[in-house]
Write a protein that binds this ligand. Structure first.
Ligand code: MTE
Ligand code: HPA
Ligand code: MOS
Length: 788
């Protein structure tokens, strides 16, 4: 490919480069064309090495049981089977737990959910391995199973000790409150539904080496899990991931099982082994977004100002801890959303249930924390006969220090609050007030079809809430032809982190983006990386890559200044040229000349987010680097006879700071909006009475389709330079917009409330499936009938 060289040559030496930039521009995703033409390589597309074998997992059919015996005779003699491995075949540690070591790779004597892997079959083909698995005969001794978070809470069955965060004097504050709202809410979980399922391909290398090609958000953790499972050191293992076909949190920790099984099989058989989950197995085996149950009690005054808030939440953690603790912590730290809660008492527990071990999913507990307070605010408004938007505004964090309403319940000061301005802008551009009146008029004359409207705000803390994870590394190579190769610790899952990091490096070196290429994430290049998660991918890796590129730029500037007897500080890099006064040279020539002068043309880079603190015992500190803000307005129409509904129009405004790439950011906001809408409406996880997940394929689990997107879908970025020193003053965008479609849920609730003149709070649970909508409608009609 000579196009890169051509780009250098074509870049004319501009006379004025002051406006030149590569960040803040809407470049297409670095792999967009490859995605479209089908050339983008996912793990299963990588050419297989000679002798590759294929593994499949044998899964528990009981939710909680002791295994008395396993008869594998028919499995071993099935067509194409090479070997069958059990927990006893794992040479090292049988664990792939993210934080706590309670997550066996293969169940050893005890099974804790339907779908838990017990053994692995290795065969000559994927199909033969899957067919053989079914021939097993297992004798179980059944044990009592706990299936719901409420049941776990009642039994005090937890994967870790419950959390408690309190501020102020809640008891006294309740006494002062003129009104109290009390109730419970159930919000369902969500399957990540990445288009590319879990997959790992392990290839043995000489001298106890193991290369694992893995679809994972966390190559370093995969490296450690595999090393422990094999009884080897980290330096024996290389984990590589070029890209994922989506992760959404589902590959933050739970790619571990697949990596470990493939590696254990490959090591034992000394042959490459691939383990690829088909969709049903993927959904039955892996964890999802935590469903949450809340008991709440909130005191407020005549104006709707919240004076006291008490909430007791319990999540469905599943059988092991996985990431449930940080997820619950984030829920606790997002219960405030955009509201100042002076006196609060928040309890959060992670219910141990005999179901899949739930894990990260876009928002990571943040959406689950914030939806509870939004539900409450929505009820306060209806109880007072006010527009919910007005109640929201009354409770917003203060604009500044003077108001004394800017410290979160966990002690972090909110110094960047833009929710007032952002919501005002959206209220205006969405014509919220006018449409509210139009909808009232429509509903008054429409007996069956009812419209609803809601505006919901969001505030989301950016940083891993485990402080030490906020670090990243990068490696930048400049070759003698001036082309640039970047490697960083982040992983590409479609979100565009590679494009953004490449933009940062191109900008720093003053070269066009086409001259920068990002290579696959590889544990042998950048060590000890954090998961690409918590929306920090571009924030952390962008800064690390900038650091690396800046070191090279500095060396080149010194070299060029010396060449022309000038000041280093007067050297500029832009549009593919280096310039010093009247002297200029193309970046390619510069690289060649610098090489001959023995200037180091590559560098590492590192970044650690400053100013973070967190005490997990007191649940106090400043865990976030800054907050991202946003709001959306949704208008729905509900058929009150069938519970069917459509989203008619959605307006979103999201604060991406000085966006690194507006096109990619808008894509993230739209994608998160629709994904979050699916969570709160059509995506229902359903386990039968034995604890078997029955919704394990797209036939029974309904994610939104293209036709579910509103015809009128307006997404804009709010102009706002980050006050924190983030990469080019941008803000993270990956997860926060998942909270935007709260407005869809509350618009549906609004439409339901309209059937009884907005006098009662519809007991709508999430997801608001047609069935749930009908249930809530019936409840409202009954309340209305009783009140006459
Ligand atoms: N966008 C796409 N297309 N695919 C994904 O898997 N994951 C989301 C979000 N956006 C995801 C996505 C999640 S859960 C996170 S934490 C962030 O991207 C991670 O990437 P970032 O930190 O680089 O934004
Ligand atoms: N987000 C995602 N993953 C995490 C976090 C978080 O806040 N904290 C620890 N792991
Ligand atoms: Mo995202 S849930 O932090 O992977």
């Amino acid at each position: 490919m000579n196009t890169q060289n051509d780009a250098f040559l074509k870049a004319l030496n501009p006379t004025d480069t002051s406006a030149w930039k590569e960040v803040g521009k809407s470049h297409p995703h670095e792999s967009a064309i490859l995605h479209v033409v089908g050339e983008a390589t996912y793990t299963d597309d990588i050419a297989e090495s000679q002798g590759t074998l294929h593994a499949a997992l044998g899964l528990s059919q009981k939710a909680h049981a002791r295994i008395r015996s396993i008869n594998l005779d028919a499995v071993r003699s099935a067509v194409g089977v090479v070997d069958v491995l059990l927990a006893s075949d794992i040479p090292g540690v049988n664990d792939c737990g993210a934080i706590i070591h309670d997550d066996p790779i293969l169940a050893d004597g005890l099974v804790q959910y339907i779908g838990q892997p017990i053994f692995a079959v290795v065969a000559d083909s994927h199909d033969n391995a899957r067919r053989a698995v079914r021939k097993v005969v297992i004798d179980y001794e059944e044990l009592p199973a706990i299936l719901t978070p409420q049941a776990a809470h009642a039994a005090k069955s937890y994967v870790l000790p419950p959390m408690h965060l309190a501020r102020g004097d809640v008891k006294q504050a309740f006494e002062k409150a003129a009104h109290v709202v009390k109730g419970e809410l159930l919000v369902g979980g969500q399957e990540q539904f990445y288009l590319e399922g879990q997959i790992s391909y392990a290839i043995p290398k000489e001298g106890n080496g193991m290369l694992v090609l893995c679809s994972t958000q966390h190559p370093s953790e995969m490296q450690h899990h595999v090393a422990h499972a094999l009884g080897l050191h980290a330096h024996n293992i290389v984990v590589e991931c070029r890209r994922m076909g989506g992760g959404f949190g589902g590959k933050e920790s739970q790619s571990g099982l697949w990596a470990c099984v493939a590696a254990v099989c490959a090591q034992k058989l000394k042959r490459p082994v691939k383990l690829r989950a088909d969709r049903d197995d993927d959904m039955i085996v892996t964890g999802k977004r935590h469903c949450f149950h809340y008991d709440y009690e909130v005191g407020y005054d005549d104006n709707g100002l919240i004076l006291a808030a008490k909430v007791d939440m319990v999540s469905r953690a599943g059988f092991s801890a996985d990431l449930s603790a940080p997820v619950a912590t984030r829920a606790v730290c997002h219960f405030d959303n955009t509201y100042y809660l002076s006196d609060v008492d928040i309890r959060a527990a992670c219910g141990k249930t005999n179901t899949q071990s739930n894990t990260a999913f876009r928002g990571f507990g943040g959406p689950q924390g914030a939806i509870a307070i939004e539900y409450i605010v929505d009820e306060i408004a209806r109880n007072l006969g006010r527009d919910a938007l007005d109640i929201r505004k009354v409770n917003f964090y203060g604009r500044n220090d003077e108001e004394g309403r800017n410290v979160t319940q966990y002690g972090q000061k909110v110094v960047d609050n833009v929710i007032h301005e952002l919501v005002a802008e959206l209220e205006d551009t969405s014509e919220y007030r006018q449409r509210r009146m139009d909808i009232a008029a429509f509903n008054a004359t429409s007996p069956v079809l009812k419209k609803g409207l809601a505006l919901t705000p969001l505030k989301f803390g950016i940083a891993f809430n485990v402080t030490h994870l906020n670090q990243a590394g990068a490696l930048v190579h400049v070759y003698t032809d001036g082309s640039v190769l970047v490697n960083h610790g982040g992983t590409e899952m479609g979100q565009g982190v590679n494009t953004k990091v490449a933009q940062v490096v191109a900008h720093e070196l003053g070269v066009p983006l086409e001259n920068v290429r990002v290579s696959a994430t590889d544990t042998s290049k950048i060590a000890n990386t954090s998961a690409t998660a918590a929306s920090t991918g571009a924030d952390l890796n962008g800064k690390a890559a900038q650091d690396a590129a800046n070191k090279i730029r500095q060396r080149l500037a010194e070299f060029f200044a010396k060449l022309h007897n000038g000041e280093v500080t007067a050297v500029t890099f832009a549009a593919g040229f280096i310039q010093l006064g009247e002297h200029s040279m193309s970046f390619a020539d510069l690289a060649q000349k610098a090489y001959l002068a023995r200037v180091q043309l590559w560098s590492d880079g590192f970044y650690a987010t400053p100013g973070l603190s967190w005490d997990s015992k007191t649940m106090n500190g400043s865990p976030f680097s800054y907050y991202a803000y946003g709001a959306s307005v949704s208008e729905v129409i509900v058929d009150t006879l069938t519970g069917e509904w459509r989203l008619l129009r959605a307006d979103s405004l999201y604060d991406a700071g000085n966006s690194l790439n507006p096109a990619i950011d808008i894509g993230q906001v739209e994608g998160a909006f629709i994904q979050g809408m699916g969570w709160l409406t059509t995506e229902e996880l359903w386990w039968n009475k034995d604890g078997k997940l029955m919704t394990h394929a797209p036939s029974t689990y309904k994610i939104p389709g293209v036709s579910d997107c509103p015809k009128d879908f307006r997404t804009n970025l709010f102009k706002n330079r980050n006050v924190a020193d983030s990469i080019h003053r941008s803000k993270a965008v990956g997860e926060p917009p998942l909270l935007l479609p709260f407005s869809v849920f509350f618009a549906i609730r609004d439409a339901i409330a309209s059937v009884a003149d907005y006098r009662f709070n519809p007991p709508l649970q999430a997801p608001a499936t047609s069935e749930a909508i009908l249930k809530a409608l019936t409840a409202v009609e009954e309340m209305a009938a009783q009140s006459i």
